[in-house]
Design a protein around this ligand. Structure first.
Ligand SMILES: Cc1ncc(COP(=O)(O)O)c(C=O)c1O
Length: 380
């Protein structure tokens, strides 16, 4: 499939590159509008109600991005000088310009992550600060990421989420889920979004990734928390006015069944798996190492559970990427000298075959690699 304005490229850099569907564009055109800072944009209100209902929470807040969602969630949960417990590789820790410190005034206690994205639960218990000790910050939040990007987009299970929530709650601390790709996790696990969200106090999810909206994320949680997050959104300049034009595609995306964009994420997962299977069969492609696939050796397609494929190439990486680019295929350099390909709306099974043929050709024409220096992962 060729996407409008994309000139035949197969763009696997991220699911953020998706364009809105024709129905979304129509919904933007026809959206009923008001001033959302006064709370009277009916389209935004409808989107927030829908998001809250879908995740089984009292209220929701529409924000410009996933980063803003996580930031205002922290503003809603935390006071200055408090501390969040979060995974070392996660977006909140590594890819949000330390907004927790700059804006919220908090620190983060970083947890070592295992190749399935989980933490050792004894280490989690030990990570809570002692509130009686005058020297220490007070732990005010636990944050997990689902799906977990650096483990190849693996979903964290309901059982695990429940256990982390129970531990957090036993310490009197809420659990926030950075669910930029929360619906990918729910679909992969075969769960209703509200089931997976149930143990969490709050969730951020993105409309502008696999759900193909042009912009926007939602934060869901208890009504009083959302009221504080709304104040936080105004603080960071995120109070928007006739923003129903941007909320309207979200209402399309969150529809039930084939009319919406949630169910179809299963196609992206199947395409990612097919891509990994094809890559694994190519001489010169290997395991990503690190959290994505710790065991050295061939790429294991079984690691692919959602829409991320992360691998290494026994070639000069830059040359390989250039050779792919020359064939109209875009991927992105990822952490620890790996390459990431993300499937999404606009990439179909035929595109996957084209990508595999391009990878085979690029491997043939590029030189055996000097391993390039590790680079940081991109933020999306
Ligand atoms: C796990 C995760 N959280 C948060 C974000 C932030 O989303 P945004 O780019 O909309 O700020 C991203 C972006 O890709 C992400 O991957």
């Amino acid at each position: 499939m060729t996407l409008d304005g994309r000139g035949g490229l197969v763009d696997l850099r991220s699911d953020t590159v998706t364009h809105p569907t024709p129905e979304m564009r129509m919904a933007m055109h026809e959206a009923e509008l008001g001033d959302d800072v006064f709370g009277d944009d009916p389209t935004v209100n409808a989107l927030e109600e829908r998001a809250a209902a879908l995740l089984g929470k009292e209220a929701a807040l529409f924000v410009a991005s996933g980063s803003m969602g996580n930031l205002v969630a922290q503003l809603g949960h935390l006071g200055r000088g408090q501390e969040t417990i979060a995974g070392a590789s996660t977006h909140i820790v590594s890819d949000e310009q330390a907004g927790h410190a700059v804006v919220v005034g908090t620190s983060i206690k970083q947890m070592a992550e295992r190749p399935d994205g989980t933490w050792d639960l004894d280490e989690l218990n030990d990570a809570f600060r002692d509130p009686r000790d005058l020297h220490q910050p007070i732990t005010g939040l636990v944050a997990i990421e689902n799906t977990h990007a650096h483990t190849m987009g693996r979903p964290l299970t309901l059982d695990y989420t429940r256990t982390v929530a129970e531990i957090a709650h036993a310490h009197g601390v809420p659990l926030h889920v950075d669910g930029a790709r929360f619906f990918n996790a729910a679909v992969a696990l075969g769960l209703e979004p509200r089931e997976l969200a149930q143990p969490a106090d709050s969730v951020t999810f993105c409309l502008s990734k696999g759900l193909a909206c042009p912009i926007g994320s939602l934060v869901v949680g208890p009504r009083d928390f959302i009221a504080r997050a709304r104040r936080g959104r105004k603080l960071v300049g995120g109070g928007m006015r006739q923003v129903g034009v941007l909320a309207a595609p979200g209402l399309v995306a969150l529809k039930d069944g084939p009319a919406g964009m949630i169910e179809r994420l299963a196609e992206d997962h199947a395409n990612a798996r097919r891509l990994a299977e094809g890559l694994a069969a190519l001489d010169g492609i290997e395991s990503a190492g690190g959290l994505a696939q710790p065991a050295p050796g061939p790429l294991d397609p079984g690691r692919v559970q959602t829409n991320f494929v992360i691998f290494r190439v026994r070639r000069d990486r830059a040359e390989f990427m250039d050779a792919l680019h020359g064939r109209g295929i875009l991927m992105v350099e990822y952490a620890h000298n790996t390459i990431r390909a993300v499937t999404h709306y606009g990439v179909d099974a035929t595109d996957v075959e084209r990508v595999l043929a391009a990878c085979a050709a690029a491997l043939r024409e590029t030189s055996p690699g000097e391993v390039a220096a590790a680079t940081a992962a991109p933020a999306s």
